[in-house]
Design a protein. Sequence first.
Length: 497
Amino acid sequence: MGNDLNMGSNGGNVYDSTSIKVLEGLEAVRLRPAMYIGSTGEMGLHHLVYEVVDNSVDEALAGYATEVSVTIHDDNSVTVIDNGRGIPVDMHEEEGVSAAQVVMTKLHAGGKFDSKSYKVSGGLHGVGVSCVNALSERLELEIWRPDGETGPSYTWQQEYSCGIPKGPLTKIGKAGRKTGTRVTFKPDTTIMEMTVFNYDTLATRLRQLAFLNKGLKITLTDERAEPEPKTTEFQYSGGIAEFIKLLNKGKQVLHEKPIHFEADRELPNAAGTLTMEVALQYNDGYSENVSSFANNINTVDGGTHLTGFKTALTGTINRFGQAQGLFKDVKENLTGDDVREGLTAVVSVKVPQPQFEGQTKGKLNSDIAGYMTQFVNEKLGEFFDKNSTVGRKIVGKAIDAARAREAARHARDLTRRKGALESGGMPHKLADCQEKDPERCELFLVEGESAGGTAKQGRDRRFQAILPLKGKILNVEKARYDKMLGHEEIRAMITAL
């Protein structure tokens, strides 16, 4: 019976200590790449570039880099260069190899774990560039850095294949006063499902980084372009306020100049400085476009910084509207959806020791919601006090959204309680079919009564129904729910369906 306990469901596989696998070095990354970069498809491919670029931008955040360049080569390899300090090249005492090799080959290794080297960085997972190395069939590292604390710089080089060094880090010559790092990598085609980089995808992310780090110059070059390489330069002195203008380009805005404010807050227990920055502008549309970033990472799933912003925005607008006496005809306070209708906003924070949810850092978990709420309450309240005309426009739009929401709710209630859409039965102009099973029926929507007559003559009345429509149909994508339900032709379509 003891032997039976070791039998697997397939009849004889033993589950004991020999079944436990220990993956050394970067082997785990190559075996389960999606755990580290999200996927092996298009998203994961571009994430490889972002990981290297994020390291360069961290040098800019630390005050050492002013330029970053990204080049896509003809063979779909990518080179990232910055003019920061350069990865350390001295011998790592514990590992017995150069510090640069430790960074390139060890998970959870890097200067971001030392708060003295980086006050703010893109996270504490510490697997970025080593993952890129593991998932590259070829990676070339070049560093320009002094051989010691001071003095002239030297050029150091090392090559890797699938994360394995082909030789030690080697000093090959003098580099004058030049400092920085160059990483060239070619994704491993045996692991990555897609290996062709999309210029526009990279440009979108690099443009974001340039907006988020005002003054930083980022250049993207595509050597695959014909007849000559394509180069775009991103550099914005206005930061995220300029970002907002780009996002609202071509839209009718409620106030010409974006609302922009930033501040620093000292965290308790000497945890460092929290930097918060917000820019927002309203347009006459009905949708919201709010982007959030933490340490330059696009937190697509939000987090505590976004929660704090939304809470403060709703509260501040409600308080201002009440103080201005604008809620006389409004039954209840404005909701978050009301105040965010037509809103374009960018929320950016720089957090020491950030905590993200997931390896790809899609959501910020660091507890800063209270700081953000207080910050936005204070700054936005001050703005409304000094710019009451803009504040009244924003509140007015939110009130319109609240009224539309109430009208839509009322319309839904009518639909449920009174059959408002049915008006006592099917549309009178519907030429119904004999079949009562919806799965066996076909409904043809035709333009105009004359077309409807022709269609009726040619149909099979057993299962084909004809509904003539007149006039231009409302574009429901740009219309509120209540407007849609109030449109006669759309009501007829809904009822018939």
